[in-house]
Ligand binder design. Sequence first.
Ligand code: C2E
Ligand code: MG
Ligand code: MG
Length: 511
Amino acid sequence: MADSLTDGPWQRFQDELAKLPAGELVVRLGEAVDSRMDDLMAAVERAATGTGNPQDAVVPAQDAVGLLAQARGELRRLTTTDPLTGLANRTLLVERLQEVFDSVPAGGNQPSLMVLNFDTFKFINDALGHDAGDAALAAVAERLVRTVGKPHLVARLGGGDFAILVEGVPAEETLQLTAKIRAVLETDIVVADVPVRVEASIGVRFGEAGLAAAQAVHDADMAMQAARSKGGGKVEFFVPTMQEVARQRVQLISELREAITFGGLQLRYQPVVQLPTGRIIGAEALVRWDHPHRGPMRPDAFLTAAESGGLMADLGRWVLQEAISQLGSWLPGMENPEAFKLHVNLSPDELRQRDLVALVRQLLADENVPAGNLAMEITEHAIMTGNSDTTRTLADFGALGVGLEIDDFGTGYSSISYLRNLPVDTAKIDRSLIQDVAGDPGQRDFVAAILQLIRAAGLNVVAEGVETREQADQLSALGCPLAQGFYFSRPVTAEQLTVLLQANAPLPAGN
Ligand code: C2E
Ligand code: MG
Ligand code: MG
């Protein structure tokens, strides 16, 4: 009988067991397998020591083959499934991708890979907790599976990243599928009783015969990043030039890091004036980068790179230091210093910094600047994508006496009732609303209504992007007290603003 233990299925079982890392079976297989294993081992033991029925070893030896098959199946399932959503994981996706790319029939439909990132996932996790984040991911997975259907494979890559292998359909159908996915994600999902947006950025890589699976994932991911950098909810298709764009972005980030550290940034200051007098009552600090090859760069060209490169906190700190120090040197020379406000923009990333308020308090103290001379400009988007620290930061700024303004008002949610619950004191009406205020009576009435609404909420108001005298006159007639824009002055250097402040003459200059 002992011979049967050294050959045949039992030997194969032992061989297979020996290949598994120590402890793997016990740790990774479920209890059912575990207890059957104990029975099996006990039977083997009895057979080997001659204490049991000699038949024992035969039965387990057969049993062992089934057990091994079950164990293999279970192991395979565990190593290819995402436990949270039950979807395929990256391992299975890559295996399937390679199989599919290796067997694209000549003239057949091109398989494609989509990578989806849920931009709001991090926000849900931060604001509502990890259980809510998990529930959101499970809900998203369920929607994707329902929308995509067979034979396509939906996988979770990790975090808020999903992927879909689309096979056997013409390219147009892949396009339709992206549209369907976006449509099905448009409905908010409810987690922890809160309805949340689940917008996804989608990158698509059409595959070809012989494409390496890892390359496809990399390319689709790059397309997704490109979609993401254009704002949430976009789709981008991989093109080889993306490689170059990504390389340039990486280079830009490293150059910007140097610029922040070694004095490559500058601030411009755009006057904020009183209407109708045109007297300067404040200024907005706007960052510029004097790039060694590209020349002066506007913030729109490098702030997204700063965000994606994790440089926003450092950049913001530099801006605050520079702006507050400049403010400290302007105030003593002014006739009416308490009326002057310097406006500084804060990005979503900066607002999430826990030590932001402490930093500002310190800088104000160092430069001997009263908190009331400083105002922070924040977009609604920054507040909506913030976390619990953001809300605390706003409250702390309010308590410190620093002004808080909603920038680009009229382009986001613009919910007055929401604003009333925040320690915000001013709304800055966006240029897009101002543009037609002089030409279009409908737009004038609209702006008039917005002004009324803002005032009724007890907020102060600034109109930004005023470019013509007609716009300035119209806003003045509507009772808008403050304005800013090219009509009065472009953003100027600190020295130029010093001259304007000393002249104390109305803007536009020469009027
Ligand atoms: P913003 O805060 O809404 O700033 C106003 C932008 O409109 C500025 O562009 C300004 O130059 C421009 N502008 C002012 N008046 C007019 C006008 O009459 N017509 C037109 N067409 N444009 C006008 P800029 O300096 O390129 O800044 C763009 C955005 O970059 C800013 O929008 C702000 O969101 C961000 N930004 C600028 N500086 C900083 C900074 O130091 N930190 C952060 N976090 N963001 C900044
Ligand atoms: Mg601003
Ligand atoms: Mg603005």
